[in-house]
Design a protein around this ligand. Sequence first.
Ligand SMILES: *[C@@H]1O[C@H](CO)[C@@H](O)[C@H](O)[C@H]1NC(C)=O
Ligand SMILES: *[C@@H]1O[C@H](CO)[C@@H](O)[C@H](O)[C@H]1NC(C)=O
Ligand SMILES: *[C@@H]1O[C@H](CO)[C@@H](O)[C@H](O)[C@H]1NC(C)=O
Ligand SMILES: *[C@@H]1O[C@H](CO)[C@@H](O)[C@H](O)[C@H]1NC(C)=O
Ligand SMILES: *[C@@H]1O[C@H](CO)[C@@H](O)[C@H](O)[C@H]1NC(C)=O
Ligand SMILES: *[C@@H]1O[C@H](CO)[C@@H](O)[C@H](O)[C@H]1NC(C)=O
Ligand SMILES: *[C@@H]1O[C@H](CO)[C@@H](O)[C@H](O)[C@H]1NC(C)=O
Length: 393
Amino acid sequence: MAFPRLLALGILSIGLSASRVQVPEFPELQAYKSANPPAAFSFTNQTIIYAPVNNQTLGYPRVTELSDGSLLVASTLSGDYPAFFPICKSVDDGVTWNWLSNVGLAGNDTTGDDPGDESPIGLGAQPHLLQLKQAIGQFPAGAILATGNRMGMESTNIDLYASKDAGKSWQFVTTIAQGGPPTTDGVIAYYSDSRDENHAQKLSHQTSDNLIDWADPVDDVAYPKYEDRPGMTVVAYIPPLAKYMLVYEHGNGTRSKGGNNYPDSYKLAADPLLFNAAPALAIEAKDGLNKTIEPGSAPYVTWSPVGGVNGTIIVTDANHKKLFINRKGGAVEGWETRDIPQPHAYARALHVLSKYPDHLMVIGAGPFRPKQGDKTPLSVSLLNITALVESSQ
Ligand SMILES: *[C@@H]1O[C@H](CO)[C@@H](O)[C@H](O)[C@H]1NC(C)=O
Ligand SMILES: *[C@@H]1O[C@H](CO)[C@@H](O)[C@H](O)[C@H]1NC(C)=O
Ligand SMILES: *[C@@H]1O[C@H](CO)[C@@H](O)[C@H](O)[C@H]1NC(C)=O
Ligand SMILES: *[C@@H]1O[C@H](CO)[C@@H](O)[C@H](O)[C@H]1NC(C)=O
Ligand SMILES: *[C@@H]1O[C@H](CO)[C@@H](O)[C@H](O)[C@H]1NC(C)=O
Ligand SMILES: *[C@@H]1O[C@H](CO)[C@@H](O)[C@H](O)[C@H]1NC(C)=O
Ligand SMILES: *[C@@H]1O[C@H](CO)[C@@H](O)[C@H](O)[C@H]1NC(C)=O
């Protein structure tokens, strides 16, 4: 991920103490342990990372691969107060998983001089994880960042947490923005923004070179019609194009051919800070019956070098079990669909293993706003991208 060339700031005077709030273990959160786990690097079908108990429901998983090849998954977990994101870890390429820690239960006392600020502040929605490739401000290379949306009665807050011990414990860093939901990439935080009176919602980003101070928001997607609600930015780098692809849902989208109120769209840009100028493109494919099929809501994008000179861009959405793929360098006429075993879910995440670029992880949990009692587990399938690409749509 590109590191934005912003002005270098001097050493900050704020002292970040290690989290002094004991992160409580969550005894009911037992990672699923298979009696006969498949070997590492296997392909798998719906491995359960963990299953909810009592009134817990799970949703919106996000995954990141650390520099040592281990994988961390965060998801929302409702049913407990304050809410937090459980973090599970795999050291065998996604085949088996163990609970590691919870994000969102540290106090916000970053200076260590205000005991009143040590109570857990909670973190409820839209997790995102990222490992720093280089030191930023006081955060060393290898530190792991977690963001999420803390939604209260009065405001929504994009909170940033950091872990300097490989995800075992988390300290609150700052609230990047108050308003709408987030995801971060490098030191770019992309999020949906409902604060502009000219737009019901638009997509914005902010940048930081120390993680504490954040530049003013910049538009990524904003439609002239007030009612349009672009949302849920996810960005992936597509190496053969030397471009970034931003996918989003187009709430109240007028372009839909499938009667879909939240058709997923994309933009391609060489500079991940300059999506606003790029045209909004529709994702439309043909299903097996030659009918137009378009992804809707909660998209996620990744890329694999498998599948031809341009590799394969892979998109998931909230409405289909199938994936949408593009082997034509993101050309609008290049979208196709492929069936997969992993069930459909709200806000599924995708990840291509860096050591095994033919291995695609598809991670899912529960539906949008799960009803109490929804027992959909957090689960993952590891798919063979070569076989996926070769299969018929
Ligand atoms: C994946 O698992 C599901 C549920 O157990 C099963 O119905 C399906 O046939 C499996 N698919 C493959 C490709 O193994
Ligand atoms: C869920 O269950 C826990 C423990 O049984 C309880 O403390 C909590 O209030 C419940 N939450 C909801 C939303 O019902
Ligand atoms: C921490 O939370 C308290 C209570 O909500 C608030 O007054 C204070 O401004 C917060 N501090 C930071 C650094 O966000
Ligand atoms: C779309 O906008 C109209 C107002 O023009 C509103 O009534 C409707 O609820 C909106 N639909 C969605 C899905 O946001
Ligand atoms: C699919 O539909 C297009 C027009 O939308 C048509 O040109 C094409 O021949 C059709 N393909 C098949 C296999 O029916
Ligand atoms: C690869 O992508 C480039 C850029 O979009 C495009 O010009 C080219 O035609 C693509 N090649 C194939 C085989 O799709
Ligand atoms: C993946 O699928 C392809 C095509 O079916 C096959 O040739 C290859 O051996 C598979 N890879 C593995 C590691 O099983």
